[in-house]
Design a protein around this ligand. Sequence first.
Ligand code: UDP
Length: 335
Amino acid sequence: MANTGTLLVTGGAGYIGSHTVRHLLELGEKIVVLDSLVFGHREALPLDRVTLVEGDMADAALLDSLFAEHKPEAVLHFAAFAYVGESVTDPLKYYRNNLAAPLVLLEAMQRHGCKRFIFSSTCATYGNPVFVPMNEEHPQAPVNPYGASKWMLERVLRDCDHAWGLKSVFLRYFNASGCDPSGEIGEDHDPETHLIPRILMAATGEIPEISVFGTDYPTPDGTCIRDYIHVCDLASAHAKALGYLRDGGETTPVNLGTGRGFSVKEILQTAEAVTGKTIPVTYGPRRAGDPPELICDPAKAKAVLGWEAEYKDPRSHLQHAWQWMTGPGKGRYPR
Ligand code: UDP
């Protein structure tokens, strides 16, 4: 893979973005991060090795000066809102930030002749599973505005390819979890809604208990099954997708997961083993919109990108996340 220029990473100070930046720097890439720092953290970036532009991706003038100065050869686009529940109650916020704002970015790319795009898409573009494991041919029928906003941008990207030759990889993530094994960067969302960090917050006492959403699902132990993909594996997949585009690859979707599913109860048991603590649990009703089982078929990622998950066992995700949560910053960047 020829390393030919600077990469623009939107949302590079966020959870998945910052882990990807770290990995790309290890590979010797040159990076400019554009982040509003609304959800991102300056401290998640090595500022001696990365240029951080604090701003809005819908600011066309800012983008023009950024593209003129740095001439990025590719864009990795992470910046997005990702609270499914909030997307249902405030859909326009999601369509504005996840769909309309990237149009300004794409217009800047077109003006400046930048034709490679790696898009943080999601298995939420599929909606309720018709079959599992889910491959890229699975019908796309998103069931909430978050998934719909990502699905619509995929469509926009296909149309841009047709019109002006933009080549994109839509990386459809399953459940991102874990953090860098160094414990130096990690997941710090406010509010935190995801299962693994909340379980660990219950383990440290930061929240009184973890509530399990539903025990009557048609799964072996009655709780939902998910495919947990380590954030460092997501990071390496982005580097592979970049190599694929640099080698002349066509626009295509690629699922990112391990191909293995774990129930909420299994994650809880593993968390107790990793932390050595009894985690206070309550068993509550189902959360609206949760499908019983989401499992990725990662065959295409292997065939097309030459990528495979390294951390297939969620024990390692929990170990790394626990290290981050019990480290010097207690799982939080300075506010
Ligand atoms: N979950 C749970 N309690 C929580 C958070 C999540 O039981 O406090 C369950 C949720 O119903 C789902 C799984 O854990 O089955 C993963 O949820 P998460 O929000 O982490 O990711 P999602 O699958 O919604 O992307």
